[in-house]
Write a protein that binds this ligand. Sequence first.
Ligand SMILES: Cc1cc2nc3c(=O)[nH]c(=O)nc-3n(C[C@H](O)[C@H](O)[C@H](O)COP(=O)(O)O)c2cc1C
Length: 179
Amino acid sequence: MAKMAIFYGSTSGITEGIAVRLHEHFGEELCDIYSMEDDFTSVDEMLEYDYLLFGCSTWGSGEVQNDWRDPLFDMAIEKPDFTGKTIALFGAGDCVTHGEQFVSALGTLYDQFQKLGATLVGDFPTEGYTYEYSFAVRDSKFVGLPIDEVNESDKTDERIASWLEVLKSHFPSPSLETA
Ligand SMILES: Cc1cc2nc3c(=O)[nH]c(=O)nc-3n(C[C@H](O)[C@H](O)[C@H](O)COP(=O)(O)O)c2cc1C
């Protein structure tokens, strides 16, 4: 079984596109990929992996993408143990039309998985982003990788590349796996 997995929720396909690119980077021998809508059946699937990338866009006014809603609700009640799991977060948002809650869903996932014992890694500088407020900012950094394909698609490649550099010291390396 692969050592790590990506689980993503995406309504219009933007976060899915990022998830697919991250999956291509890590490679299918090292990394599995699950759509929260089509593939996810139970939290036990997540607990099979030591390294997890969770993708979630923000909808409503700062809310998690629809396919994450019930799983997060269930986990808040059942309190599965994520101790020893390394988790990094990414997700799409819109810093102009929804700049009052930019990628706030990442903050919700961050709080919940930290409470469940996970080690959250992969924070990202706020420099270069313009927004009013984000629940995903802690200690002046985003808790994961924000992507804005609506307004700043020209920055996506560079942001993903910088984030993968951040992840290098926390996640298995694809090049080492294939060496
Ligand atoms: C009704 C509506 C509400 C939205 N709310 C937010 C929000 O609160 N914060 C944010 O950053 N983006 C918000 N967005 C923007 C989406 O997150 C953005 O379009 C994103 O690219 C969708 O990604 P997905 O296709 O992976 O779901 C909203 C978009 C719509 C249409």
